[in-house]
Design a protein around this ligand. Sequence first.
Ligand code: ATP
Ligand code: MG
Length: 502
Amino acid sequence: MGKTILEMIDIKKSFSGIYALSGINFSLEMGEVHALLGENGAGKSTLIKVLGGIYKPDSGTIKINGQEVEINGVSDAQEKGIGIIHQEIVLVPYLTVAQNLFLGREIKTKFGTVDMRETNRRAGEMLANLGVNIHPDTLVESLTIAQQQMVEIVKAVSFDGRIIVMDEPTSSLSNDEVEQLFGIIERLKAKQVSIIYISHRMEELFRISDRVTIIRDGAYVGTKKTSETNANELVAMMVGRELESFYARDYNDLGHAETALEVKNLTCEGVFSDISFRVRKGEILGFAGLVGAGRSEIMECIFGARKYQSGTILLNGKEVRFTTPIQAIKAGIGLVPEDRKKQGLVLGNTVGFNLTLASIDSYINGIAISDRKCQEVIDYYKEKLHIKAVADRVELVEAGSLSGGNQQKIVLGKWLAIKPDVLILDEPTRGVDVNAKFEIYSVINELAKAGIAVIMVSSELPEIINMCDNVCVIKAGKMTGMLGREELDQERIMQYAAGGEE
Ligand SMILES: Nc1ncnc2c1ncn2[C@@H]1O[C@H](COP(=O)(O)OP(=O)(O)OP(=O)(O)O)[C@@H](O)[C@H]1O
Ligand SMILES: [Mg+2]
């Protein structure tokens, strides 16, 4: 490593008079992977948007190759060699991969029409160059999120990007896909491309980054060489204190607990088959397995969001078969889906509105909605989940202006506030920072203590192991194991989830 390619010095940026960035320093060397770490709302995406020409900073200096520059808009940033893969995917879904790669710089035939053959050929080359195995004339909407992300990377690099920013690239990738992405990062490094990498997954930072810069509440905290630090130190820098014990779980005696939900031989052809389990009041039942094993689909069937061909579902002893989620919610089942970005946040409305949206029926006093009850619920969840914005009263802020992780917390809070009999959580801590994780575990624990039956689908084995009473392991649509709390360890779960034939 050596030459500094990018310097950002004392960058400040405010929204409505309040600082989201209050003086950030960041430097990047050629061929370096530099991680940017900070809690939800710390200012990571905002800093990146300043670099990408989306926001104009209030003050501060940006230097590229030692030259002071001003970045005027997105295409100016591209021309300066900066390529950004944002937290939200911005490809056009109804165009092909090749069309997306050449959007705005279409290759023309001599008759002035778009030369699709040449577009596809060049796109194919670009994909192959980075070892991405996707056909150029595939429609983007038919790609998985991971594949879309790969296409975004290919696109960013193809503008002759010397600085590539990845804002939480792995939050929805499976393990294999993460490995593929890391392969691409290695290739880019070898080409002396520099990478800014944002992720809440500590183990990734340790695998691929050379240095880590930590920011907290919009302020610069420090920069460390990855090889000279450890997770505890980084977390302490990030949250400003040492975290106590991470998992809070008071186990209930389930010996006499009533069964809240029982599923018998549930089958959804081509997706999963013959799934049977029960979850009791006060129990947390985990669902482990690889991404794509069919766990989310099982939950969707229970919730009335997907059709199934056979099997029986009993809720509090009574057979049910929901054909829409509304029926399931009315009967007392809640599901917080995996893809919370798509999940009904009214972005133009306030945080408070969104938090109470789904549970509003329970705040009715006689005929009117009790503002006091609403406010209590809002206060509880904004406290509990650390929902943060650059404003004093978060509940009055537009949900759309919150950081990615904070938006996820609102969706989670909205569902937790319903307090259903059975609560299904699909990857509840994806995309949220360590502090919020801790708080989410404590809220889940409290719900279980109050007698709610909780199902937790998670790919994070530590949270499965430390939070669940029992764990059902799914492999390729089949149940391969049901493990009790004493039997839970990573190797055993992985063996059931991915191992050979038993
Ligand atoms: N357009 C905007 N208007 C008002 N406030 C904003 C705007 N964009 C960001 N903010 C605020 O700036 C702060 C930093 O947000 P940012 O998105 O940079 O956080 P982040 O570090 O990327 O968090 P996460 O890990 O959750 O993605 C947040 O408090 C957010 O509410
Ligand atoms: Mg962000």
